[in-house]
Design a protein around this ligand. Sequence first.
Ligand SMILES: [Fe+2]
Ligand SMILES: [Fe+2]
Length: 144
Amino acid sequence: MTTSHITPSFKFEIPAIDDQHSQLIDLITRLEQGVNGFLPNMFGVLEELQKYVREHFSFEESVLRKHNYPEFDEHKHEHEVFEAYIKHMARRIELGKAELRLDVLKFLKLWLTRHIQGTDRKYAEWFKQQGITIEPCAPTGDTP
Ligand SMILES: [Fe+2]
Ligand SMILES: [Fe+2]
């Protein structure tokens, strides 16, 4: 069972995106609960988080590319840095070289909330200005 910890300031009134952000925050919250001893399958949830992060970033990137968003490269770069960090962390945990600690999860959540409130909000506002609607499913094979 998960609880949405997403606050109104995270909401862009774009349901497809708002739902995905909410899911991401919930996954990290579940991991935080796991660190406190309430989650039996921590590693499974961490894998789920990695997978969902990739799915969400892919979705955003495909939408931004499709509409020629002017700050696409910078946005994608932020995604890449975050993903590389999670991948590195998960690998170290898998190899037994690190533990999933609360401060690491707090860092993940902080990064994500800042990204949503800053970098993501920028594209949401740009899309609104342009009168572009984001559909729930990103079209595939949309390269010109
Ligand atoms: Fe996002
Ligand atoms: Fe993003």
